[in-house]
Each structure stands twice: as structure tokens, then as C-alpha cells.
Design a binder for this molecule. Structure first.
Ligand code: ZN
Ligand code: ZN
Length: 721
């Protein structure tokens, strides 16, 4: 091979040809450095017939500069990158970017210096050093990472190094991970679990593509079943990828994993330290990493020898990425398994309707776990009709829910109140002039956070201190909170039960693994009586003395721009209901609603999952929605409103006329201003048989837009804000 076609990481160019210098052996998948003008860029050698581009004449070819010392990206991964780019109408280099680690990871080798507390106890400390000593207990990282962690400057920590309070540690960047053992601790499985586990073991041993839907109520022991599939992969010396939705929430999972296999798995998520990320990437590439547990971004890594993929909580919306490459990790996981010829297990207590349909059609093998493990019973669920059982004025908890909480407090049991809204109140206004606090960057209200005394935008992160007076009419103390957030519910609980120990659980309060662990420990030791939380509390936890779940506002999820609002509401409430009664004591769930007759609420109250799925199936069929029809969205944005509108109109004006394709819009997006960009949307609804991606590619391909306009395509969108 004396000529190579590269997929390069450049926003404008994506395909370039080069000459392979003598003595450099490249093959498809090789990662190389190439010249571009005076600069250097990273590229992946690709099969030219799969990567169309203008061939550069022989005489003009420039030589490649360097072949990086990593194994070539395997062919199944290259096919996955092509498929993902094609299906989601995304640039191929943007997809390939997700497979590549940092430059440091690509070069490999060497050591780095990290720091940790030396154990020296000085007599006197500055307040900053004292705070750092507290924060850094048990930590080891680079000075910069430690400084960020302890919220002090690098200078403070460098001073502590000089004073001998912090000591340097030389870290081998490529040190191997301890080996997991398939037979470390074999659990006792129920008959149903054993049946499921046996199927997974067979499928892993067979080394062929086989998708499974593992469908079991919360607490039925799905994890133990797929752990047996993992054990078989370990015996065969093959790698396993486990995708989890909220990686921060995995403490409970990690403990169970370690109990089963003797060591923790290799982690992959966005808050890894640079050295951990590098080590993980290199061990994944070399095949040394046996089991990788990660967020959706772990899906595109270059596993050397993958034998099984598990997607746990497969219905979770966080598997859908909503910016950059807009892909759904659950769906791409199945495609990866197909290219790798391995089994894939989608596990859920509330599977997505799309997954249920594929199971019914026989594409997925469905494995059911009907009962809760250890004989624990499912909680009893009742609705509270807020139209007749009204909370006190300005309050949110109905008398019946309050009475049930009172009983739990008297019995020394725990209650959980669920409201999927962070902060104190979703809208703050001036009582005097009616002024409303709006985000300057987004068409959204600022949410009051009373703990931190700030008003925050939940879309762009804009924050401002809560003012003492109205910025419009300057009346002091005139701001009123409208609507409930978890902090406000926690206040209401404290007013009702001043003795109760209340914990607020949101991504604001539990924003690190340490804080999550501290919360879990406090709840397990019964140092908490009432948990008030967002969807963060809907999964993963087992608190045996938690016997009451109150859903504060079941109707909230049915509003807004979610194309699967009914399904999502069902999943969230079913998941949070599953937190009740996980021990020997039975659980009870109260759902507060103004629409007890709505299909989703009625199905929840009856505990009739089939009724929900059949009502939702009918509604989707009528609407031509997935899985019966297809959706796509085109999102146009610019910092200039007129420019965004003109581009959206140009797209609308060029709309193709195709049978069985309905194009709606352009219209301002519900969130018409986001992070300072004005947004317009078009929604496309088509029959299943239509080649939607080809139509969109051809449609947009004939148009040109100013550089400052972004045009994004969202295939199978979840959100329509
Ligand atoms: Zn005012
Ligand atoms: Zn904002």
C-alpha cells in the first residue's frame, strides 16, 4: 500500500489522500499523523471504496508523517462508524472521533506524577490548606485535578507540596487492571433467573449475533442473570461492555459487580481523570480491560475482542444523545453486536415500546422475570385526585399523602417524594409589577435555587444571585415563587414534620460519587426519614425500610415537548414506585394527579402494564409514530434571528414532495432561544418503508447556508423542544 485514503479530524475536510512512505506499514484502521499545509492532523486509514472523495494525483501526494503505536481500529468498528454516520445523517469524522482517545492515549507508555496527602499533621494551617486537607482525603490526582476538586488554586497545593503535606507518587500510565474472576462468588439464582442465565451463557459461547430483551419488574434480579453471561465471556477471554444510563449512580452496581467477580470493572465516563481515561482507553484497545462499565460514549471504543454487550435500564432517555451526533446508544448497541457477531442484552423493567414490538415480532428474544426476587411483593398503587383531595393553599401535598407520611414516621419507616423538577420554584415573578425572570440566553424561565440563593437556567447553566428587589420596579422583597420544585417540597415536609430528617436528592445536591455514597449510606443507616428527589431517585437504590412513595405531580411529564410523554411518564412512575417495599415490609405508592382517568395513570393505578402498552400502541399506530412510522427533525439555529428564520424558510421552500412523507414547519422551536441561538424546526413523519435518510440528505445537500447557521438532523428524535 503506497497510497492511503484518510478519514481526518477536520471540521471542513474529511477525506484526504496521502503517500505512504517506505518502511511504514499501514492498513485500514491504522491511526496516523498527516500534514495539512503547515499543520499536522490526525487521521484513520480507510478503505477508499468505502470513503468517496476526490482522488489526489500521484504527483501531488504528500507523505504521511507518523504511524501511531496503537492497533488498527477493527473492521467491525469501522463498519459501525459508517453505519452510524449514514443512519443519523452525521459527519463520519464526528462519529469516528468517539472511538479515539486523547493524543496521550494514542502515544502511550510512560509515567506521570500524581499527588496525595502525605499523612503529615501540621500544628497550624491556613483556612485554605485546612479546607484542602479535608477535601483531598483519600484522593490521588494531578495538581490541577486536585485543585479543581478542592476548589483552591494550584498555588495553594504547590505550597502544600513544598511543606511536605502532599507527596508525589509516580504512576505507570499503562499499568494493567486486576483480573476479574468468573467463579469468584457464584450466587444462588431462582429458577427463572437460572433459565435466563443459561440462555445468556449459551449465546455468549455461540459467538453469533443474538439480541435479547430481558424484561423483569424492578427487584426481579435482572443483574444477576446477565452477570452469568459476563462470567462466560470472562471464561472465554472475551471483553464485555455494560452501558448504564447515569454513570454517577453506579455505586450500588459496582458493589454487586465486585462481590460477584472479585474486582471492580473498568469505568468509562465523562468525569474520569485524564490519566484514568488514558489508562482505560489503552487497556480497552489492547484487550486487557475485561469488563467496561460506561455511559453511552463507551459504545464506540475500539474493543479488541468484544464478546457481549449489555444495555441496562435500556428504556432510559439518557441513552439518546441530543447534540453533536444525535444517536441512540440503545439502538446502536444492537447494530454493534450485529457487526461483531455477538449477543446483546437490553435489560429493563419498563421496556421502550419499540423494543417490545421487536420482541413481539421475534427479532429480539424476550426473556421474562416475572416475580420480585426473594418473594418481596410489588407495592400497592393508588391515585389521589387533586381536584377533590386538595392540598392546603400554596401547598402541594394532599391530606392523604401527609397522613401516610405521618404513619411512616411513627413506625420509623422511610418515605420518598418524587417530583421531577430541580430547585425551589420553576418561575419567579414580581408581586408588584409582574416582572418575570427569564434567561438572557434561552426562551426559558430562571429556576430559583434557594439552597444556593441563585436563579439558574436549566438549559444553558446561566446563573445569577437572587436579587433583593425587583429589577424592573425596584420594589424590595416583592418576589414570589410560582409552582413547586423539590426544594420547596422539602420545605413543606419540614413545616409539617419539624422533627423529620429530610434529604433532597437532585443532580445539584448529589453531584459527585462521594456525595452519592454518603447519601446511600445515610439512607441505609436510617439517618434519613424523608427523601425528596427528582428522577435521580427512580433507579438503582434498595432501601429496605422505604415503604411509601408519593408522586407529587404525575401530570407534569405529560406536558411539554416530549414525543413519548405517555411512555416516559409511565416509565418514571413505575420505576419510582419500584423503590417502595423492596425489603420484607410491603410498599405503598400514592400518585397525585388531576387526570386519574388518563390511560397512563389508570394503567399505573391498576398495575396493569399490558393495558398501558396496548393503549400506547394504539395511540402510536393512529399517529403514525414509531415503531409504526418514522420521525425525523431538522433543527436550524443561528445567533442571528433573521438568519435562522431565513435558513429555515429556505429549507421549507425546498421541501421534496414524496409520497407517504409529511413535512411540518418550519416553525420556531418551543425552546426558540437556546444558549444564545435562535432555533427553528421542521418535523418529518413518514411511513416505515420510506428511505427517510436519503430524502433528507438529498434535500439538504442542494442548499447552502452561511457558516454561522447550524443545520442539525435528528433521526428518531425523543424531544421536540
Ligand atoms: Zn416589580
Ligand atoms: Zn439559559
Amino acid at each position: 500500500m503506497n497510497r492511503a485514503r484518510l478519514l481526518v479530524f477536520n471540521p471542513v475536510l474529511s477525506v484526504l489522500d496521502y503517500r505512504v512512505p517506505d518502511g511504514m506499514a499501514v492498513e485500514p484502521g491504522s491511526v496516523v499523523i498527516a500534514p495539512l499545509g503547515p499543520r499536522q492532523l490526525l487521521g484513520i486509514v480507510w478503505e477508499p471504496e468505502r470513503l468517496p472523495g476526490d482522488a489526489v494525483p500521484e504527483a501531488k501526494l504528500r507523505p504521511l508523517l507518523e504511524l501511531l503505536p496503537v492497533p488498527p481500529l477493527p473492521a467491525p468498528l469501522r463498519r459501525l462508524i459508517e453505519w452510524t454516520a449514514d443512519y443519523y445523517v452525521a459527519p463520519m469524522n464526528a462519529v469516528a472521533r468517539m472511538a479515539i482517545g486523547s493524543m496521550a492515549a494514542l502515544r502511550g507508555g510512560g509515567t506521570t506524577t500524581e499527588y496525595r496527602l502525605s499523612g503529615l499533621e501540621p500544628k497550624r494551617l491556613t483556612p485554605q490548606r485546612a479546607a484542602a486537607m479535608d477535601a483531598l482525603h483519600g484522593e490521588q490526582a494531578s495538581i490541577r485535578e486536585l485543585a479543581e476538586y478542592a476548589s483552591v488554586s494550584d498555588g495553594v497545593l504547590r505550597g502544600m507540596v513544598s511543606a511536605g503535606l502532599l507527596e508525589p507518587v509516580t504512576v505507570d500510565l499503562d499499568r494493567p487492571y486486576p483480573r476479574a474472576r468468573a467463579e469468584h462468588h457464584q450466587p444462588e439464582l431462582s429458577e427463572d433467573q437460572q433459565r435466563a442465565a443459561t440462555r445468556f451463557v449459551e449465546a455468549v459461547a455461540a459467538r453469533t449475533f443474538q439480541p435479547f430483551l430481558l424484561d423483569g419488574v424492578t427487584g426481579s434480579g435482572k443483574t444477576e442473570c446477565y452477570f452469568e453471561g459476563i462470567a462466560e465471556a470472562l471464561r472465554l477471554d472475551r471483553q464485555v461492555l455494560v452501558l448504564l444510563p447515569e454513570i454517577a449512580l453506579t455505586e450500588n452496581f459496582l458493589r454487586r459487580f465486585e462481590a460477584r467477580f472479585g474486582v471492580p470493572p473498568v469505568l468509562w465516563h465523562s468525569s474520569l481523570k485524564a490519566s484514568e481515561r488514558r489508562r482505560a482507553w489503552r487497556s480497552i484497545v489492547s484487550g486487557q480491560a475485561q469488563v467496561v462499565v460506561g455511559a453511552r460514549s463507551a459504545l464506540f471504543l475500539p474493543y479488541r475482542n468484544l464478546g457481549l454487550i449489555v444495555v441496562d435500564e435500556a428504556h432510559e432517555i439518557s441513552f439518546k444523545q441530543d447534540d453533536g451526533v444525535r444517536y441512540n446508544a440503545r439502538d446502536v448497541a444492537v447494530i454493534r453486536a450485529k457487526f461483531e457477531s455477538i449477543p446483546v442484552i437490553l435489560a429493563s423493567a419498563t421496556p421502550a415500546l419499540e423494543s417490545m414490538q421487536l420482541a413481539e415480532a421475534g427479532v429480539y428474544e424476550k426473556i421474562e422475570l416475572p416475580a420480585r426476587f426473594g418473594g418481596a411483593e410489588l407495592p400497592s398503587i393508588t391515585t389521589v385526585d387533586l381536584r377533590t383531595e386538595q392540598p392546603a393553599r400554596g401547598k402541594w401535598l394532599s391530606p392523604r399523602l401527609v397522613a401516610e407520611m405521618q404513619e411512616r414516621l411513627e413506625r420509623g419507616e422511610q418515605s420518598l417524594l418524587f417530583l421531577n423538577r430541580r430547585g425551589y420554584a420553576p418561575l419567579t415573578l414580581c408581586r408588584h409589577c409582574g416582572y418575570r425572570f427569564q434567561c438572557p440566553n434561552c426562551s426559558a424561565w430562571l429556576v430559583e435555587h434557594r439552597f444556593t440563593r441563585r436563579l439558574a437556567c436549566h438549559h444553558c447553566g446561566h446563573q445569577t444571585a437572587t436579587p433583593e428587589e425587583c429589577p424592573e420596579c425596584h420594589t424590595p422583597d416583592c418576589l414570589v415563587a410560582c409552582g413547586p420544585g423539590v426544594e420547596r417540597i422539602a420545605d413543606e415536609v419540614t413545616e409539617l414534620f419539624p422533627e423529620a430528617r429530610v434529604a433532597v436528592v437532585t443532580s445539584d445536591t448529589l453531584n459527585s460519587p462521594e456525595k452519592i455514597n454518603a447519601f446511600v449510606a445515610a439512607a441505609e443507616e436510617k439517618l434519613i426519614d424523608v427523601i425528596v428527589g427528582t428522577q435521580l431517585v427512580t433507579k438503582g437504590y434498595h432501601f429496605p425500610d422505604l415503604t411509601l412513595v408519593g408522586v407529587v405531580d404525575a401530570d407534569m411529564g405529560l406536558e411539554g415537548g416530549d414525543l413519548r410523554a405517555g411512555e416516559r411518564t409511565y416509565q418514571q412512575i413505575a420505576q419510582v414506585a419500584g423503590r417502595a417495599g423492596r425489603g420484607e415490609k410491603p410498599g405503598e405508592v400514592l400518585i397525585q394527579t388531576r387526570h386519574p382517568e388518563a390511560a397512563v395513570i389508570a394503567a399505573l393505578a391498576k398495575g396493569d402494564r399490558d393495558a398501558f402498552y396496548s393503549a400506547e400502541t394504539e395511540a402510536r399506530r393512529d399517529a403514525g409514530a414509531p415503531p409504526f412510522g418514522r420521525w425525523a427533525a431538522i433543527i436550524v439555529s443561528s445567533e442571528d434571528e433573521a438568519e435562522a428564520r431565513d435558513a429555515a424558510r429556505a429549507i421549507g421552500g425546498a421541501r421534496p414532495t414524496v409520497q407517504d412523507v409529511l413535512i411540518l414547519g418550519p416553525a420556531p422551536a418551543p425552546l426558540s432561544l437556546l444558549r444564545g441561538r435562535y432555533r427553528y424546526r421542521l418535523l418529518i413523519n413518514a411511513r416505515r418503508s420510506v428511505q427517510l435518510q436519503d430524502i433528507i440528505r438529498e434535500w439538504l445537500g442542494q442548499l447552502n447556508f452561511p457558516q454561522s447557521v447550524r443545520v442539525g438532523v435528528d433521526i428518531d428524535p425523543y424531544s421536540f423542544v
